[in-house]
Design a protein around this ligand. Structure first.
Ligand code: DGL
Length: 257
């Protein structure tokens, strides 16, 4: 098999990266994808950095054994904890990461407030403080660690009373400030966007980083000359560290949403 025909490998702590995979299917409709969710070890965002690094290395090894041509870390938390080390170790394969989409949020928020919803680890890591440093003069940045939200989504709970209660608890007070936009800085969160809109209203601009990441992935495939030129539609294979079939079913369900 030549490199162009190989699949693109994705991983996340669980089902969250499916939101990025979904975007990839529309931007890269002729690529094949292999997705690995590490649900048995989810959530990553409340573990320590070394643990997440180790899990990220395992996930990459899994995908490399499947013969992928590029790795997408479809997880903000694993990107912030491990991307530098992963790139040092795996020098022969492009590795794309994702980070909270602060730049587009700053552009649309014009001096008002931007809320960044993400895991505690993403917000505590150096990558995020560097990003904040760049934009802190332009807008009021409100980091909002959302411990516990990934667990609900991993259970398939993406709407209803529990999600509503969680989001109200986190956001009601903050929304009294002059908030213009909310950044979804965790790939699980796009799945609760509907509930979020109900709480914060249609006027708040909600931004997630998937499109930027997938565009970056496409540029990388083009520059390395490994874009798949087949004419048939994408094939997707989903794997998970959990042996429970429920999680694979949930992954396909979220992909079809
Ligand atoms: N989807 C992961 C992210 O983007 C969630 C991390 C977690 O498992 O806590 O950060």
């Amino acid at each position: 098999m030549n490199n162009k025909e190989k699949s693109i490998g994705f991983f996340d702590s669980g089902v969250g990266g499916i939101s990025v995979l979904k975007e990839s299917l529309s931007i890269l409709p002729n690529e094949d994808f292999i997705y690995f969710g590490d649900s048995i070890n989810a959530p990553y965002g409340t573990k320590n950095v070394n643990e997440v690094k180790k899990l990220a290395f395992n996930a990459v090894d899994f995908l490399l054994n499947k013969g992928v041509k590029v790795i997408v870390i479809a997880c903000n938390t694993a990107t912030s904890a491990a991307i530098d080390d992963l790139r040092l170790r795996y020098t022969d394969i492009p590795i794309i990461g994702i980070e909270p989409a602060l730049k587009p949020a700053v552009e649309v928020s014009r001096g008002r407030s931007v809320v960044i919803m993400a895991t505690p680890m993403t917000l505590a890591e150096k990558k995020f403080s560097n990003l904040m440093e760049v934009y802190k003069e332009e807008v009021d940045i409100i980091p909002l660690p959302c411990e516990g939200l990934v667990e609900l989504i991993e259970e398939g709970i993406i709407e209803g009373e529990q999600v509503e209660k969680y989001l109200k608890g986190k956001l009601t007070k903050i929304m009294q400030r002059d908030v213009a936009s909310i950044v979804l800085g965790c790939t699980h969160y796009p799945f609760i966007k509907k509930e979020l809109v109900k709480i914060v209203g249609e006027k708040i601009i909600i931004i997630d980083g998937s499109i930027g990441t997938v565009n970056q992935l496409k540029r990388k495939l083009v520059s390395k000359n490994i874009l798949n030129d087949k004419k048939t539609k994408s094939r997707v294979s989903i794997y998970n560290s959990s042996q429970d079939n429920k999680i694979i079913d949930l992954s396909y369900k979220l992909l079809r949403l």
